[in-house]
Write a protein that binds this ligand. Structure first.
Ligand SMILES: Nc1ncnc2c1ncn2[C@@H]1O[C@H](COP(=O)(O)OP(=O)(O)OP(=O)(O)O)[C@@H](O)[C@H]1O
Ligand SMILES: [Mg+2]
Length: 242
């Protein structure tokens, strides 16, 4: 039988402490404190611990998907950084990004930099694909099997984050316009973010622009949810030679 608790010998304040579960030593700060079972950021169970693990994994994926030339890429432009941060936290509402500018101004560099920044944020989903528009047309061009083309197009539509580099540079045809339209329209409908780069300006009066290269239907969709960043400066590839 358990011994009855003898409180008769305790003073009133000691009794109150006992009832509150606090010993005298604890109150003086020399006894063992309450058991702290909250994980620290370095321990599993803490959100920061899991974010860091996701970031490590995503950065490895980024490195595998990135050509060696761009493995040091860093998104330095504030608007590109802001877009990347939005994609990392809320990809459904981030919208897309279009980087325009003449050759060598650093569009592809910033694009891979943005992908790296998203990875480093440790997003919940990090599935990326990066392709040039010309490579994409090469991949999708029917090679005897219509089904193969449809499957590839679906993969590009479904990938959570796509970089489509050099949009509007490949020789346009009815077929390229149709494929580009379907890709952009379906990703736009699904609210999946895409990062486009192009040597052409979004719109230019009386000069070649994305509207003349891609058609009004595509540019209309881009204009609704796509932020445009115009890269300026000289051709970085020639700077060393100058
Ligand atoms: N901020 C930067 N810091 C260091 N190197 C850079 C930076 N931006 C671009 N570069 C380098 O400059 C070169 C040209 O950049 P990039 O390939 O991104 O240009 P681009 O605008 O995509 O050109 P193009 O229109 O011809 O495709 C690359 O070697 C790239 O690594
Ligand atoms: Mg480029």
């Amino acid at each position: 039988m358990p011994e009855p608790l003898n409180v008769g010998s305790l003073g009133p304040s000691a009794f109150a402490r006992l009832m509150a579960g606090v010993t005298e030593k604890q109150q003086q700060g020399i006894g063992p404190g309450p058991i702290d079972d909250q994980p620290t950021p370095d321990e599993p169970g803490h959100p920061e611990y899991h974010r860091r693990r996701r970031a490590e994994w995503a950065l490895k994926r980024w490195e595998t998907a990135t050509p060696p030339r761009y493995r040091r890429a860093d998104a330095t432009h504030p608007d590109i950084q802001a877009w990347a941060d939005d994609v990392a936290t809320n990809p459904d509402t981030a919208g897309s990004l279009l980087l325009t500018g003449t050759t060598g101004t650093g569009k592809t560099y910033q694009a891979y930099g943005a992908l790296r920044r998203i990875a480093a944020a440790g997003p919940r989903v990090y599935e990326i694909r990066a392709t040039t528009a010309a490579d994409m047309y090469g991949l999708l061009r029917p090679k005897g099997s219509e089904r193969g083309t449809e499957e590839e197009l679906k993969r590009l539509v479904r990938v959570p984050l796509l970089v489509l580099d050099d949009l509007g540079s490949a020789k346009a045809s009815e077929w390229t316009e149709e494929v580009t339209y379907r890709l952009i329209n379906e990703r736009y409908n699904a609210c999946r973010p895409t990062l486009y780069t192009s040597n052409l300006p979004a719109r230019a009066e009386g000069a070649p622009d994305l509207t003349s290269a891609l058609g009004e239907r595509i540019v209309s969709r881009l204009s609704e949810d796509t932020r445009v960043v115009a890269m300026t400066g000289t051709d970085r590839r020639r700077r060393g030679a100058a």
